[in-house]
Design a protein around this ligand. Structure first.
Ligand code: IPM
Ligand code: MG
Length: 357
């Protein structure tokens, strides 16, 4: 009997719904080929929904009833959230952060892989040089601390939002990264990226990395870089990177650098993961409101998110088939660009779907 996976699909804002349509198109083709079954539940959440349900007067971002439904599903595919018609960060918090934190998706997994030399902005770097995974902690740090303002609007105003780390939160993501370095079996090295020289609270990361590594991962070499230097090395010598683990905020920043060296936000995908539980997969790019509804956005990153979703659900072969096809279509120039507007959103979706079928 074929297992049926229930998947929540949240298109979100801007180009999100369009790229999700193509991701689902590809998922359907792969499911057919690999004898898998997906039941998709499409949700309307995003800024349109927030506005339609009242906006500033109590508009809905992600209601409890939907959250409870999603919690019982197998995975979530998310397009993008962000729209200038809502206050900065409001819908992002209500949907993305609610799911990341509420579902305890403590790993933000961001592979950085170059599929063809022509896509890389770095001189002389080839696919052999760019193949790494950044493991970003996803439930702590300044991201989940409350902002505090005192004497707001006066010359004496003070604003803060602490970088807060727990031992448990730090340890579980470090263990995940060690396991991944072992599983990849490439350099058998794990790089920890922090800023413990300036942010002394990150001494917790230093100690945990050391303790866990010594006790349980003696076969994995430990390496360390400060975030500023890591950004520099990633551009200068990406071939030095294999698996790296870092905090939420630094991981957000360095994975945009990573996205650029693999060809841009048009290809970069990510998984918000809790091993063994419902997890969320999304392109790293934003909602690009100016391209909304124009069939210009490139859906490759969302299609790659679908590949990550399949891998998470244990369908390694189906997952790899998407990656292989996308890589080939980029290499032979059938997908001519990862930028918006070169080929239509639906056209690229059809190309990938046909190649897979
Ligand atoms: C990302 C995004 C989000 C983040 C935003 C939209 C809140 O930049 O997924 O990297 O900062 O985590
Ligand atoms: Mg980001």
């Amino acid at each position: 009997m074929t297992t049926v996976h229930t998947i929540a699909v949240i298109g979100g804002d801007g180009i999100g719904p369009e790229v999700m349509t193509e991701a689902v198109k590809v998922l359907d083709v792969v499911a057919e080929k690999h004898d898998l079954r997906f039941e998709k539940v499409v949700y309307p959440f995003g800024t349109d929904h927030w506005l339609a349900t009242g906006g500033e007067q109590g508009g809905e971002t992600l209601p409890d009833s939907a959250f409870d439904e999603i919690r019982a599903m197998d995975a979530v595919l998310l397009g993008a959230i962000g729209d200038p018609r809502a206050p900065v960060g409001l819908v992002e918090h209500g949907v993305i952060m609610r799911l990341r934190v509420g579902l305890d998706l403590f790993v933000n997994l961001r592979p950085v892989k170059l599929y063809d030399e022509r896509l890389c902005p770095l001189k002389g770097k080839t696919p052999a040089d760019v193949d790494m995974v950044i493991v970003r902690e996803n439930t702590e740090d300044a991201y989940t601390a409350s902002p505090e303002f005192s004497a707001k609007g006066t010359p004496d105003e003070v604003a803060m939002q602490p970088m807060r780390y727990t031992r448990k939160g730090t340890e579980r993501v470090i263990r995940y990264a060690f396991d991944l370095a072992r599983k990849r079996n490439r350099s058998n090295k794990l790089l920890m990226i922090d800023k413990a020289n300036a942010v002394r609270a990150q001494d917790l990361w230093t100690r945990t990395f050391e303790e866990v590594g010594t006790a349980d991962y003696a076969d994995i070499e430990r390496d360390h870089a400060y975030i500023d230097a890591a950004c520099m090395w990633m551009v200068k010598n990406p071939e030095w990177f294999d698996v790296a683990v870092t905090t939420n905020l630094f991981g957000d920043i360095i994975t945009d650098v990573g996205a650029m060296i693999q060809g841009g936000l048009g290809v970069a995908a990510s998984g918000n993961i809790h091993p063994g539980q419902v997890s969320l997969f999304e392109p790293i790019h934003g909602s690009a409101p100016k391209y909304r509804g124009q069939n210009k956005a490139n859906p490759v990153a969302s299609i790659m998110a679908t590949s990550m979703l399949l891998d998470h659900l244990g369908h390694a072969e189906a997952s790899a088939s998407i990656e292989a096809v996308v890589a080939r279509l980029l290499q032979d120039n059938t997908i001519r660009s990862l930028s918006a507007g070169v080929q239509g959103t639906a056209e690229i979706g059809d190309i990938v779907a046909e190649a897979l079928a």
